[in-house]
Design a protein. Structure first.
Lengths: 407, 370
């Protein structure tokens, strides 16, 4: 088996939702030993999604991680958490300051447990400041981070049914941790890092920040039209809800584009002669193009455009990603089992609900390729972590399980 | 490393005071803080040799040329690795280095579409929409940064050798909407995710709601959050309907009564300003977010309180505020300088590091190599 980049690094994940578990999914794929600490005493609602196959959503967050059950609200549970942290290189959490204090695990204390510990705290709107401690869900961050005001139509904000900046946060989390590990290797020092979901999304506003300061320009919601290029949009194709995007960015591409659609007379109109003309008359341009695309297959439009060097791509649906020969050539998806939650029973007794596909981390490292594999059951690694790692006897593990410390 | 005429994005808008000028592209300025700049024509035989010398003295090469371009110049990873075995090289391209689409051209909107993210943006029965701000740039660059950092950690700690990092922007973007499980859904139901507008398709209430002075966004996930919100709604509207048991519960339990719940919430949000709902909601531990625009973020009290905005002085455009970055730590620095002028580090790098004389530099300049 190929070596992994983060082999020998141990990470404690103490948190929930999307951004934190996604960061550790990446670290686990890079070879870190990630131990997810959770408790069945408080329900993780995400086990019930998606509605068509409850449990399969967990494959987005859990592959390759070790999993232990631990109730840190019990005094013995808290002590065991401390032992675990002492044996680890990195401790990552997205719990609130109040909850952590209540558990007896405030950051000052956690940092005192191990001299060179790397601590990453993922927050919502930040730990301090006027919004310090405010809670945030990624789904709403596209609004707080202004992204939804920069796209869409004049009447409607451009909203994605997705936990927007949770994803950016996850990669900043991962980057910060690996950077801190490299720093620790060089200096011997640990560190404390805070990564708010808010700032993680705010940075993706991009050059518009400078445009506002320099020119007082506020981004217009111009549907799919581009400020400098035309044609630029998603054009309707044959079939139901089928679209192909086309982006013409220079004169060479415009000429090639016109040729593909058969050089109709309207393309010779002075209204479309230069890029500024086309941008000014984009609405008419788009409606002319739509007349042509709506009689075409979306894939055909894409292929014809690409053949002559015009940037184009279909609006993929799940079925297109599933069938994509390109993604297959990268072996981007793999098949594995998932489980059905039954909070009345120990995680190890939850039944296999089925198999489905999940994605591999989209970073191809030539010498230390990212790993992929099954998700562990809740509590699957109790014996390894408490027995091998912390040196507890089987009798002790059994006792703590019965006392619901390991629940 | 820029071609002698400058990086392409130097001529990409928006521009400072709308003046088209290679030192005034706000696009270039945003993405190139804290960097130096040298000019080099890597297509010129002498330029190629100089590039190899640079590679020998470097830890990382990051590139985003069309697939095959650097190989055509003899500057691909297998060859650069021979010059410097410790080199880590990362390539960020629309579809990655291999596979049937690797030669496809793509702008932001095309990658956004091909990733499937676009299928989820917009109103039902209307065209799919691209998000503002060319969002496909960010996931690919984040994965490349993570991969590069991991490769450096492995090099320095274990192998003493570099490796190649290949990132497909399409796949990076696909992973940024995985919570909707598009492929499992298709395989298990023969259905596809689609646009649902400003309201979440599963969680209720969750989405955008009209308020007295615009819009406010909120999302209720736990049963406790609903209990708190419903009591608050009752306080404001006096409508006891909202307290009914049939609306209680977590995440997806209000799905069957979605429309009614949204009506009850709108009756409430309509009576208050966005700021009132945001601040009071957060006080009561309900997750409420304001709908910010670009000007409000530049002046945001939270961001200001954390010194998120760093003022950097640029010789041509002067002082502007740039984001510090998403991470707060004593171990992480802030941007040190505004984006470089074209070739501002030529002398420092060519003479200082690569030991060319000033006369050599003049020759390289005259012959168009730099």
């Amino acid at each position: 088996m190929a070596k992994k980049a983060l082999e020998g690094v141990r990470v404690i994940e103490f948190g929930l939702y999307i951004a934190l578990p996604l960061a550790t999914r990446m670290l686990a794929a890079l070879g870190a030993e990630v131990i997810k600490v959770e408790t069945l005493t408080s329900l993780d609602m995400s086990w019930y999604g998606p509605m068509y196959a409850p449990g399969c959503l967990q494959l987005e967050y859990r592959p390759l991680k070790r999993n232990v059950t631990l109730d840190v609200r019990q005094p013995r549970g808290k002590e065991i958490m401390e032992e675990l942290i002492k044996k680890s290189d990195v401790y990552m959490t997205n719990l609130g300051e109040g909850a952590l204090a209540k558990y007896g695990l405030p950051f000052k204390h956690v940092q005192s447990l191990k001299k060179d510990l790397i601590v990453l705290w993922q927050t919502g709107l930040g730990s301090v400041g006027p919004y310090g401690g405010f809670k945030a869900y990624g789904r709403l961050m596209q609004h707080a981070c202004a992204i939804s005001t920069m796209g869409g139509t004049p009447d409607n904000l451009g909203v994605a049914n997705i936990s927007y900046s949770d994803y950016h946060t996850s990669m900043f989390n991962a980057l910060a941790v690996i950077g801190a590990l490299e720093r620790r290797r060089r200096t011997g020092e640990g560190c404390f890092i805070e990564c708010p979901i808010y700032e993680s999304g705010v940075v993706t506003v991009g050059p518009a920040f400078l445009d506002y300061q320099a020119n007082k320009v506020v981004p217009e919601r111009r549907q799919n039209r581009h400020r400098y290029f035309a044609p630029h949009g998603a054009y309707p194709c044959q079939g139901t809800d089928r679209w192909c995007t086309i982006a013409v960015t220079n004169e060479e591409e415009w000429k090639a584009f016109c040729k593909v659609i058969g050089n109709p007379v309207w393309t010779k109109s002075p209204k479309f002669a230069t890029a500024p003309d086309r941008v000014k008359n984009a609405k008419e341009l788009d409606s002319q193009i739509s007349k042509w695309t709506s009689k075409q297959d979306a894939y055909d439009v894409m292929k014809k455009m690409q053949k002559v060097g015009v940037p184009a791509g279909i609006v993929s649906k799940g079925e297109d990603l599933d069938k994509s020969e390109h993604l297959k050539s990268h072996e981007f998806y793999y098949e594995t089992e998932y489980y059905s939650a039954d909070f009345e029973k120990p995680g190890m007794e939850w039944p296999v609900a089925g198999t489905t596909v999940t994605w591999k981390e989209p970073v191809y490292l030539s010498d230390t390729p990212c790993g992929f594999g099954p998700m562990h059951k809740v509590g699957q690694d109790n014996d390894y972590v408490y027995g091998e790692l912390l040196g507890m006897s089987q009798a002790e593990i059994k006792k703590l399980t019965e006392e619901s410390v390991f629940k | 490393v820029e071609p002698p005429c400058g990086d392409k994005t130097r001529l990409r808008g928006p521009f400072f005071k709308n003046e088209v000028h290679p030192e005034k592209s706000l696009f270039f300025l945003y993405f190139n803080t804290s960097k130096g700049s040298i000019t080099l024509d890597i297509e010129d035989p002498a330029g190629k040799e100089i590039f190899k010398k640079l590679v020998k003295a470097s830890d990382v090469v990051v590139e985003s040329f069309p697939v095959g371009y650097l190989a055509s110049l003899g500057l691909d990873y297998p060859r650069l690795k021979k010059i410097n075995p410790r080199l880590v090289m990362a390539s960020i391209t629309p579809y990655g280095q291999k596979g049937p689409l690797s030669g496809y051209k793509a702008e932001d909107i095309n990658i956004f579409a091909m990733s499937g993210y676009m299928q989820l943006v917009g109103e039902p029965d209307q065209a799919p929409l691209v998000l503002g701000g060319e969002q496909t740039f960010y996931p690919g660059s984040q994965y490349a940064a993570v991969g590069t950092m991991a490769a450096l950690f492995y090099r320095d700690g274990v192998s003493k050798k570099g490796q190649y990092v290949d990132v497909s922007m399409q796949e990076a973007m696909i992973s940024y909407w995985q919570e909707q499980t598009p492929v499992p859904m298709w395989q298990k139901t023969q259905e596809n995710n689609t646009r649902v507008g400003a309201m979440d398709a599963m969680v209720t209430p969750c989405g955008l709601y009209p308020c007295k002075d615009g819009w406010i966004s909120l999302c209720v996930v736990t049963p406790q959050e609903w209990d708190t919100l419903s009591k608050w709604i009752y306080e404001v509207t006096g409508n006891a309907e909202v307290l009914k048991d049939e609306y209680k519960g977590g995440l997806i339990s209000r799905m069957p009564v979605r429309d009614m719940v949204n009506v009850l919430v709108m009756e409430f949000t309509d009576k208050l300003t966005g700021r009132e709902i945001f601040l009071e909601g957060q006080k009561r531990k309900v997750v409420v977010m304001p709908v910010n625009d670009v000007p409000s973020l530049v002046n945001d009290t939270q961001l200001n309180s954390r010194n998120f905005w760093v003022t950097l002085d640029h010789p041509v455009v002067g002082k502007l505020k740039y984001p510090k970055g998403a991470l707060y730590s004593d171990a992480i620095g802030a941007p040190t300088k505004a984006a470089p002028l074209l070739g501002e580090d030529n002398e420092r790098i060519y003479c200082g590091e690569l030991k060319y004389s000033k006369e050599d530099l003049a020759i390289l300049r005259t012959t168009g190599v730099i």
